[in-house]
Design a binder for this molecule. Structure first.
Ligand code: FAD
Length: 538
């Protein structure tokens, strides 16, 4: 408390507020770097660049403050869904889901997804990062280097494990404290099925076949510790970092092929702000491709259909949309049991087929029922729990399409869940393993019985899967990093064919990581900042 510079000092909030009020009331015509989007990746990029006091950084965010109980109280995360902190995207009717239009929530406001998500911290599998390195042609995206980044950025609160966990970084990560008895039962159930149980999920468990563990969470002193809170908030009193909320980015401004600024609407007022060194798009996997397209970067034919002047033909923009589709299986509790922490404290990864090189199934226990709008009609118990059982390696690919020349108009989101028949086969294996787990001996003391799906076979199981499918909220891969003709950014996250424009968010993933996506987004932000500092001597 004596350290005046610490964000925990009682004086800090006042100083930060006064500093930002001063900076935002005197916006400059240009900054060194403009970071668009204060979500999981954008928060990291802005902070890391602003660590050099000579670099003027402007961080633009369409939403508002994160200073609300709905954000900071970990138990209240579901209350943000459908609120003004949610972009409220909805996928188009999906013929593979009997025409269902799946809601695709994404965070709007400081912290982006990391301010409304379930706070699970999950690093991705070793093989994900090896694939990133191969696609990028750069070993610095590989597992060993990324493991080093994780060690550097974490402030790990669990039992010491220096090979895997760091303790000196900005991201406070803790194992869920005093987990619910049903979270512990899940680990016991895994043991019954001969699935290994680990001390934490972010080490050896994600180097091999998978396993089960108590969840790591971004919660500090009982409050959500979003990536915005971890990275940007402690920097709000610095004169070289301006954080502008209610600032909707519409387009990147080009001079020839060089990005020289952005066009935005701030509190209803249109403006253009210049960027001397570069622009970084960190708007998330729906909005980054959207802004690219409206700026003239995308599939030439699609842009021309809407009369958008083409700056660079990149047919991969908005393609390759991936997500971890999930199927909830629900049990009724014999006695009410209040959810603890975020209500999701145990996790498991496993393979549907032994020959796979990594787990393709992802399970997060939720300590209350989470049906889809369809499966809710099958009856939801007053007291129950759901296994959010998902595909960690989906084969289906969706895409985003322009619908209008107007940047204010939404894109059409074709999520295409289960469009690849292999995903339906894996989903059946996923539900089968989920039922074996939930019906294991370990849960008997707590559970009255299985509510859904029950022992379904053939068409009935197929129907359940298509009715139950929902997003895991891991939208990604729509501006992928790589070296083929569908790639949008290179290994340094530079948009192909133009200068001074990078993408740093979940869009750049070539393939969605095996697990929850915010931790990989932090790594993407770290890599982006590192490469910009290197390239521009920042
Ligand atoms: C309900 C929910 C639960 C989830 N649970 C987990 C979990 O427990 N663990 C986990 O690891 N992951 C979870 N995720 C996913 C994770 O939060 C996201 O993958 C991650 O936040 C994506 O980071 P990003 O930087 O790509 O985009 P985001 O974090 O979405 O950030 C994008 C930012 O850009 C802003 N923005 C968008 N368009 C504009 C514009 N035109 N102008 C200005 N600003 C704009 C947005 O408001 C947002 O702040 C969850 C997501 C949701 C929605």
């Amino acid at each position: 408390m004596d350290d005046l510079a610490s964000p925990d000092h009682p004086d800090f909030a006042r100083r930060a507020h006064e500093n930002q009020a001063r900076l935002t009331s005197a916006l400059q015509p240009s900054y060194d770097v403009i970071v668009c989007g204060a979500g999981s990746s954008g928060s990291v990029v802005a902070r890391r660049l602003a660590e050099n006091s000579d670099v003027r950084v402007l961080l633009l965010e369409a939403g508002g403050s994160d200073d609300a109980d709905a954000v900071l109280n970990p138990a209240l995360w579901p209350t943000n869904l459908g609120s003004d902190r949610d972009w409220g995207f909805k996928a188009q009717p999906n013929p593979h889901l009997d025409g269902r239009e799946i809601p695709m929530s994404m965070g709007k406001g400081l912290g982006g997804g990391s301010s409304i998500n379930v706070m699970v911290w999950s690093r991705g599998h070793r093989n994900d990062w090896q694939l990133f390195a191969e696609e990028a042609g750069d070993p610095r995206w590989g597992y060993e280097n990324v493991l080093g980044i994780y060690r550097r950025i974490e402030s790990w609160q669990g039992a010491p494990d220096p090979k895997y966990r760091g303790t000196g970084g900005p991201v406070w990560v803790q194992p869920a404290p005093s987990p619910s008895p049903i979270a512990l039962a899940m680990l016991e159930a895994a043991r019954e099925l001969d699935i290994p149980v680990f001390d934490h999920p972010n080490g050896p468990m994600m180097e091999q076949v998978g396993g089960a563990a108590i969840t790591d969470m971004l919660v500090r002193n009982g409050r959500r510790h979003s990536l915005y809170r971890a990275y940007v908030r402690p920097w709000l009193d610095r004169p070289n970092l301006t954080v502008l909320t209610q600032a909707l980015v519409r387009r990147v401004v080009f001079q020839g092929r060089r990005a020289v600024g952005v066009e935005l609407v701030h509190n209803g007022t249109p403006m253009v702000i210049g960027a001397r060194t570069g622009v970084v798009l960190s708007l998330g996997a729906i909005q980054t491709p959207k802004v690219l397209m409206h700026s003239g970067v995308g599939d030439r034919r699609e842009l021309e259909t809407f009369g958008i002047p083409v700056v660079q033909n990149l047919p991969g923009v908005g393609q390759n949309l991936q997500d971890h589709v999930s199927f909830g299986c629900t049990w009724e509790l014999s006695e009410p049991l209040a959810p603890r922490n975020s209500g999701s404290e145990a996790t498991m990864y496993w393979k549907s087929r032994p020959e796979l090189d990594a787990p393709d199934l992802l399970f997060c226990q939720v300590e209350f029922p989470v049906p889809s709008e369809r499966t809710a009609a099958r009856g939801v118990p007053a007291h129950g729990w759901t296994m959010f059982a998902g595909l960690a390696r989906p084969e289906s690919r969706g895409r985003l399409r322009l619908q209008s020349t107007d940047p204010a108009a939404p894109l059409a989101i074709d999520a295409s869940f289960l469009s690849d028949a292999r995903d339906v086969t894996t989903a059946a294996a996923c539900v089968e393993l989920c039922r074996a787990l939930g019906n294991a001996q370990a849960f008997r003391p707590f559970v009255r019985g299985e509510v859904m799906p029950g022992d379904l076979k053939g068409d009935a199981l197929d129907r359940y899967i298509r009715d139950a499918a929902v997003t895991y909220w891991h939208q990604s891969c729509t501006a992928k990093m790589g070296r083929d003709e569908m790639s949008v950014v290179d290994g340094a996250l530079r948009v192909y064919g133009v200068d001074a424009l990078r993408v740093a968010d979940a869009s750049i993933m070539p393939r969605v990581t095996t697990g929850n996506t915010q931790a990989p987004c932090a790594v993407i932000g770290e890599r982006a900042a590192e490469m910009m500092r290197e390239a521009h001597g920042l």
